[in-house]
Design a protein around this ligand. Structure first.
Ligand SMILES: [Zn+2]
Length: 76
């Protein structure tokens, strides 16, 4: 049986394969899961993207207002 983590993870921007070993992705990435709402032209549709860390860096570099960075609070 194949779990979801056994599937290939591909960056939607550059097509890069994010390696998965023992169900654990060996590189971090962003997953965007957007359910469009009534005031969009995509009402009722959900869009899903995966973006690798290098592409996120490139995207962030193109933003007019720099992203915020804060320390991650680990919930134990
Ligand atoms: Zn990428």
């Amino acid at each position: 049986m194949k779990g979801i983590a056994d599937m290939n993870i591909l960056c939607n921007m550059c097509g890069k394969n994010i390696p998965v070993e023992n169900n654990i992705p060996r590189e971090d990435f962003i997953e965007i899961n957007k359910a469009w709402g009534y005031f969009s032209k995509k009402d009722g549709k959900t869009w899903k993207f995966t973006v690798c860390e290098e592409c996120v860096d490139r995207l962030a570099g193109q933003m007019k207002i720099p992203h915020e960075v804060c320390d991650t609070i680990e919930l134990v």
